[in-house]
Write a protein that binds this ligand. Structure first.
Ligand SMILES: [Zn+2]
Length: 287
């Protein structure tokens, strides 16, 4: 395949292609971020009705494909040219073409972040299997971060496949030998599970959820058990920085529930790009 060979040999072609791909995927992630939690709620409603022996609620088809996207204000069907990542938002001046209601800037922001992060992965890792794998990894993390911010929820339908994929990739030792990946998956889950129960028994409060354990297990599956202490340390640092910023911006009395998932994701990002450098610097400071 000449196009694949071109991408492997030409960094500019690779980075440009991945940027466009990232923007398009970002547009799809907006759909996932909005629709997946609604699909989960619909599924729970159906299960609850089934358990209560009631008739299943009649819900119209709602998944990642259908219904077509419409303006939430006027119901105007979004046409293809109005759905071009970032470009359409700018061309429309951030407003619906029909009723002129403002469109949230978070849609183009998610698209832009997905595009730029994809570009950074391609730039850093080049035309390798690492790039392909890490693109999928970060796309999943963007969806998880936004869903956790919106709903304090990390869907199993994303965290568990991410875990399996990490183990599969490391069958061939893509990131770490398989033994380290398997131990990493178990250690990731059990370490946060233990902290959760210790914290809950001591304080009666819940600091995180089971989704966080599964996400941390996925990180262990991808990068091995040895990556976990650094990722948890980094997530505390990211959490402290964001926490202080939130207090400074919103005032300290605001009792907003802050999900832990986005900090884990931020820490994994730092680990992927700079984990090796941080570890070398740390070990070097003892030498
Ligand atoms: Zn409209």
């Amino acid at each position: 395949m000449p196009f694949i060979e071109l991408l492997q040999s030409n960094t500019v072609a690779l980075v440009a292609t991945v940027l466009v791909l990232g923007l398009l995927v970002g547009s799809f992630l907006n759909v996932v971020i909005y629709r997946l939690p609604v699909m989960m709620q619909n599924a729970w409603a159906r299960e609850a009705a089934e358990m209560a022996d009631e008739a299943e609620p009649e819900l119209p088809r709602f998944d990642l494909i259908k219904p077509d996207s419409t303006c939430p204000s006027c119901g105007h069907l979004i046409r293809a040219w109005e759905n071009i990542p970032v470009v359409s938002y700018l061309a429309l001046g951030g407003k619906c073409s029909q009723c002129k209601t403002r469109i949230s800037p978070r849609y183009p922001i998610v698209e832009l972040i997905t595009g730029l992060l994809s570009l950074a992965v391609a730039w850093h890792f080049g035309g390798t299997l690492h790039t392909v794998a890490l693109l999928v990894f970060f796309w999943a993390l963007i969806a998880l971060t936004m869903i956790d911010v919106d709903h304090q929820l990390l869907p199993d339908s994303i965290t568990l496949p991410l875990l399996w994929l990490g183990l599969l990739l490391n069958l061939g030792g893509t990131f770490v030998p398989l033994e380290q990946a398997v131990v990493g998956a178990v250690a990731g889950y059990l370490s946060l599970w233990s902290i959760y129960w210790a914290f809950k028994l001591l304080t009666g409060k819940e600091g995180m959820g089971y989704g966080d354990f599964k996400l941390f297990a996925a990180f262990g599956a991808w990068f091995g058990w040895a990556s976990l202490p650094l990722i948890i340390l980094l997530s505390s640092l990211v959490g402290a920085v964001v926490g202080i910023a939130l207090i400074a911006i919103m005032g300290r009395d605001r009792q907003i529930p802050i999900p832990f998932g986005p900090y884990l994701c931020g820490a994994a990002l730092v680990y992927v790009f700079w984990g090796g450098a941080i570890t070398n610097w740390y070990l070097g400071s003892f030498a």
